[in-house]
Design a protein around this ligand. Structure first.
Ligand SMILES: [Zn+2]
Length: 421
């Protein structure tokens, strides 16, 4: 069924550049970019295709295939391709664009690999959706639905079992999902107004609503959402049908959307560039001296987290975990050549110079378990050659956020199940 052809065509006009092409029955991906991007896009597109077939209960007709994606090396060549088709405005500022008339998607390679992958998925989603509708080739449904769902399928996590879509808590510098989580909680957010088109077009609103509906624990609401989607695919329509399906549940909509977002347990907030996530492992790609905060809901009186830390390859070799104890106090647990240390400092007082005390061997593994309760902060650290227990007495503790510290490029973190209390 699947034929895989990966070939390299040397462009005659510019012999220094090579256009790579991937072609199968479902996908055609090409671009004057690193071959790895073509291969990655083919993988992403393949998994997305299967997921969308399941989601919509159908695939585009054979005559509509393959889905076509062009990956540009930079913004300039992306803009040039769009301008050649007469597109100047909004699309030129975006990272990607799908022409629904021709059924061709364009993206350009972003500074962050997560964003490039996200855009590939987002645009291919539009193309698939455009091609499974009832009559026209344009995707069915209101703007917030099309864009919100494209983002839902764009936010992903790479796991051993394959891509997980709708990973709105993925480690990403991109702040769209964080803003959508905040929007869903905002006092003035009204999902009904967004749904019936009474607000201006806004990606944050769109993702807040779609994400909330997809994650909502309210099964009846989720079922109505799915029925409404299927109805659009067979009969078209959109806003009127939404009003009809959801009117009697309108009062429940806001609570359900908020509850949906709260099932994620918070968003990651990278403070410095270069975090990535794969196979359940969060690693530091670049920049020594990074912090990755886990932003959660209301502060809590107790906290427990277990993390496996593996030191990286660069000169500095310190990693750890930091817990913010309400406002002005934070506790930092450092793992470095001196051993395991526990320090109380203001939240943002950690500098690379503070914590780089000698060098740990590359690949050194430490399991760190941090627990906070009314009595204080306990730390258990376990390394192959030793065990360390530390305790810091603190009263009136409330945990706001917590995070990972990396003073070491290439450090890796794996979150382990929290200890049972
Ligand atoms: Zn879009």
């Amino acid at each position: 069924m699947r034929c895989l052809v990966l070939l390299t065509l040397l462009a005659l006009a510019t012999p220094a550049h090579a256009e790579h092409v991937y072609e199968s029955e479902r996908l055609r991906i090409s671009g004057d970019v690193d071959e790895a991007w073509i291969e990655e896009a083919a993988e992403l597109g393949g998994e997305l295709f299967t997921a969308l077939e399941r989601h919509f209960g159908r695939a585009p007709a054979e005559a509509e295939l393959p889905l076509v994606l062009v990956i540009h090396p930079d913004r300039a060549s992306y803009r040039k391709a769009l301008a050649a088709k007469g597109v100047q405005s909004d699309a030129a500022h975006a990272g990607g664009w799908t022409f629904w008339k021709t059924g061709i998607s364009h993206v350009w390679v972003q500074a962050e690999p997560f964003d490039t992958r996200r855009l590939i998925l987002h645009e291919l989603f539009h193309q698939f959706h455009d091609k499974v509708g009832p009559s026209t080739r344009r995707g069915q449904g209101p703007w917030w639905y099309r864009e919100g769902l494209a983002e839902w399928f764009g936010w992903h996590r790479r796991t051993k079992e394959g891509l997980r879509f709708g990973a709105l808590d993925a480690v990403a510098l991109n702040d769209l999902a964080r803003r959508a989580a905040l929007r869903a909680k905002a006092r003035d957010f009204d999902p009904w107004k967004v749904a019936v088109g009474k607000t201006r077009k806004d990606y944050v609103d769109a993702l807040a609503l779609v994400g909330g509906l997809m994650l909502a624990p309210d099964r009846d609401l989720r079922a109505r959402f799915r029925l409404w989607e299927r109805e659009m695919l067979t009969r078209g329509g959109g806003t009127k049908a939404f009003e009809r399906r959801f009117r009697e549940r309108r009062p429940a909509l806001l609570g359900a959307v908020r509850l949906g977002w709260s099932t994620l347990g918070g968003q990651w907030l990278p403070r410095e560039a270069g975090w990535d996530e794969r196979d359940g492992v969060i690693s530091v790609r670049k920049r020594v001296g990074s912090r990755l905060w886990r932003v959660r809901g209301p502060s809590r009186e107790s906290f427990a987290q277990r993390v496996e830390i593996v030191t990286g390859t660069e000169a500095a070799a310190t990693a750890g975990l930091t817990v913010a104890l309400g406002g002005t106090r934070s506790v930092h647990v450092f793992v470095d050549a001196a051993g395991v240390r526990l320090e109380r400092r203001p939240p943002r007082a950690v500098q690379p110079a503070d914590v780089t005390r000698g060098k740990l061997p590359e690949g050194r593994k430490t399991i760190l378990q941090v627990e906070v309760d009314a009595a204080g902060v306990s730390v258990h650290a376990q390394r192959s050659d030793r065990q360390v227990k530390l305790f810091l007495a603190e009263t009136g503790v409330r945990v706001d956020t917590w995070g990972l510290l990396a003073m070491d490029t290439g450090a890796r973190f794996r979150l382990l199940p929290a200890p049972s209390r």
